[in-house]
Ligand binder design. Structure first.
Ligand SMILES: *[C@@H]1O[C@H](CO)[C@@H](O)[C@H](O)[C@H]1NC(C)=O
Ligand SMILES: *[C@@H]1O[C@H](CO)[C@@H](O)[C@H](O)[C@H]1NC(C)=O
Ligand SMILES: *[C@@H]1O[C@H](CO)[C@@H](O)[C@H](O)[C@H]1NC(C)=O
Ligand SMILES: *[C@@H]1O[C@H](CO)[C@@H](O)[C@H](O)[C@H]1NC(C)=O
Length: 219
């Protein structure tokens, strides 16, 4: 009886570890172009995959990355993300991609990708980019990037890019997950739904309620 209990506990723990695994699974096949209907696909590795015989070049093709995006927004930057959700050929491959446009002084604000490291390459303009290491040192590591320069942002760390040039800037970024995720620090902390309570925020930031209310009103 006791042995059976222990065994079921071990099995449940193993399942929990499997379920919370944050990394993309290995593909197990050349590719698995995602489809949403089991009747037109085969079930492999946890997803419905398009029948490989019906796969075409268009499943692996994306166009329009040369088109400048509209950066008229309060932060002056916009990221156009290509993930497996929008681009089914990326499914199970463990990668994603983005174009990031910056107006002069535009900022890609401090954020993290909970599931991906990122490598960013500057195509046009001048970016001041950096990330902060985890506790306890919280070291800020930055670099000014010019066209042709690349910079790596390690998995999960808070990072940003600011356009410090006089022209608009363009960068491309590659991610080590088909679904990197994104948490904007300011929006998550001051713009959550419902809002984090003042008791939490005043103590966390060691400021008055007025300051917290002011910050919350921005998001
Ligand atoms: C399923 O995929 C097809 C082909 O990509 C698309 O036309 C259709 O809208 C999708 N349906 C749903 C419910 O997502
Ligand atoms: C795909 O094509 C190959 C070669 O023609 C064939 O052997 C295989 O059965 C086909 N697979 C499916 C799922 O139809
Ligand atoms: C860019 O976006 C702003 C704000 O949404 C809009 O007013 C403007 O017309 C857009 N510009 C272009 C060229 O689409
Ligand atoms: C931006 O323009 C100012 C004034 O024309 C100039 O001094 C500065 O060097 C320029 N900065 C860059 C990064 O080109």
């Amino acid at each position: 009886m006791m042995a059976a209990k222990i065994l079921s506990y071990i099995v449940l723990s193993a399942m929990a570890v499997f379920l919370v695994s944050a990394f993309d699974p290995s593909p197990l096949q050349d590719f698995c172009v995602a489809v949403n209907d089991s009747r037109i696909g085969v079930f492999v590795n946890g997803k419905f995959c398009k029948d490989p015989n019906l796969t075409t070049a268009d499943d692996f093709y994306f166009t329009g990355l040369n088109i400048p995006r509209n950066t008229s927004n309060p932060i002056g930057s916009v990221a156009t993300l290509i993930t497996a959700d929008t681009y089914h050929g990326l499914n199970t491959l463990g990668i994603a991609f983005a174009r990031v446009d910056f107006a002069p002084n535009g900022l890609n604000p401090p954020h993290t990708h909970p599931r991906a490291s990122e490598i960013l390459t500057v195509l046009e303009g001048t970016l001041y980019a950096g990330f902060v290491t985890s506790n306890p040192d919280n070291r800020l590591i930055t670099k000014v990037l010019y066209p042709g320069d690349a910079f790596v942002f390690p998995l999960g760390l808070i990072h940003f890019q600011l356009n410090i040039g006089n022209t608009s800037a363009v960068a491309f970024a590659a991610f080590s997950s088909q679904n990197p995720g994104r948490i904007d620090i300011a929006n998550a902390v001051f713009g959550s739904t419902p809002p984090l309570s003042n008791d939490v925020l005043t103590k966390a930031f060691q400021v008055d309620e007025d300051v917290i209310r002011d910050l919350q009103s921005q998001f």
